[in-house]
Design a protein around this ligand. Structure first.
Ligand SMILES: *Cc1c(COP(=O)(O)O)cnc(C)c1O
Length: 376
């Protein structure tokens, strides 16, 4: 059994993907070929957003979003500690300071009550840790849509407006999700997604995209993505990065996007079967009624995690732990001065959570076997 079965997906779209790839090899425009624009138009339309710019990875998409706001030393960016390192790594790369805010025990996304309090503290000069002595200016919030469930952007956007902050949506796991009928990547000032192969919409390498409705932000990101280009590549208006998406990856994504709506439905069916078999025995990530998670990962919270993991392993069923160690206690962020115990909810979740195989092509028989081992 596969944790994420990309081969099953490839078998479904093989002919079309091969044709698309061959087409790129024929026209030879490997960098910024015509598939890039075609994909960006389709992604923007899918998300319901005005502008989409593809780029080299989800990490670079986040980096470009922060660079577009000119983030640097002395700036505080508020985010969740229960996420992949990239979310906060880009903040630190720019010399800014990540301020971690604990998560909600039900949705596993940032706790908006604690977010408002954390912003107020920093605004009034109370630092999140004793190590952070320098005063910080609150600038923005990165909301993370963990496991494919959008964070509470109604509340996050309201808090941001009150404090004159911008909001970035880290939609690396949530492309295709909706909340109150609005798609992920269209819920905040600017959004970043990832096309890493294991994400809901993945390519065959690294890739990502930035989304916004704001024309000025769009123009800045377009420049930043290609070395801060001005009127052309050899006129440099600002310091940027080499952040383009490969034409070949765009070609693959065009074919994957064609079946993506169907795959989202298949993911819902898989998640529902898991829910039915497991909800009486475990705590599960709570999906609010007006949201549809794209179910990037299926998360289970268990008191005796190691016993369950061992039993699944004995049966040849792959599992994963997202995430065993929250970001505030990572060695990479030791200099921020956070201690274990500072953000108790995410620490507790990290000690008990695990994920079972989750992809659109997981069949009922495989799922019953997993459910039986866990809750039988
Ligand atoms: C995967 C991921 C990223 C980074 O995406 P890459 O394409 O791997 O660079 C950022 N944030 C979250 C929440 C992710 O899951």
């Amino acid at each position: 059994m596969q944790f994420i079965d990309l081969q099953a997906q490839y078998r479904r779209i093989q002919d079309n993907v091969n044709k698309r790839i061959r087409n790129v090899l024929d026209h030879g425009r490997y960098i910024m070929g015509p598939e890039i624009r075609e994909l960006e138009d389709k992604l923007a339309e899918f998300a319901g957003c005005r502008y989409c710019l593809t780029c080299s990875s989800g990490t670079d998409a986040l980096l470009l979003a922060l660079m577009a706001y000119d983030i640097g030393p002395g700036d505080a960016i508020f985010t969740s500690p229960f996420t992949f390192i990239a979310t906060a790594e880009v903040i630190a790369l720019l010399g800014a300071t990540p301020v971690f805010v604990d998560i909600d025990e039900q949705t596993l996304n940032i706790d908006t009550g604690k977010l408002a309090a954390a912003i107020s503290d920093v605004t009034h000069g109370t630092m999140p840790t004793a190590t952070m002595q320098q005063s910080l200016t609150p600038r923005g919030i990165i909301g993370v849509d963990i496991f494919g469930l959008t964070a509470d952007y109604d509340e996050i956007n309201r808090i941001a407006r009150q404090n004159s902050l911008f909001v970035v949506e880290d939609a690396a796991q949530s492309f295709g999700a909706t909340c109150k009928g609005v798609r992920a990547c269209n819920l905040t000032d600017i959004a970043a997604t990832s096309f890493f192969p294991a994400k809901p919409l993945g390519c065959y390498g690294d890739g990502g995209a930035v989304f916004t409705d704001d024309h000025a932000l769009y123009e800045t990101v377009e420049s930043l993505r290609i070395h801060g280009k001005g009127s052309d590549k050899y006129d440099n208006a600002r310091i940027g990065i080499n952040g383009r998406c490969d034409t070949l990856q765009a070609a693959v994504l065009l074919e994957k996007l064609a079946i993506f709506p169907d795959e989202i439905q298949l993911r819902q069916a898989v998640a529902q079967r898991y829910d039915e078999g497991l909800q009486h025995a475990f705590d599960l990530q709570h999906i609010p009624r007006d949201c549809q998670s794209v179910r990037a990962q299926y998360a289970i919270i268990a008191d005796d995690r190691s016993r369950h993991l061992a039993r699944l392993k004995d049966a040849g069923i792959p599992t994963a732990i997202y995430y065993p160690k929250p970001l505030h206690v990572q060695t990479a962020f030791a200099s921020l001065g956070y201690q274990r115990g500072d953000l108790p909810v995410c620490e507790k979740i990290a000690d008990h959570i695990f994920s079972t195989p989750m992809h659109p092509y997981l069949d009922e028989e495989q799922q019953s076997a997993i459910v039986k081992i866990l809750a039988g």
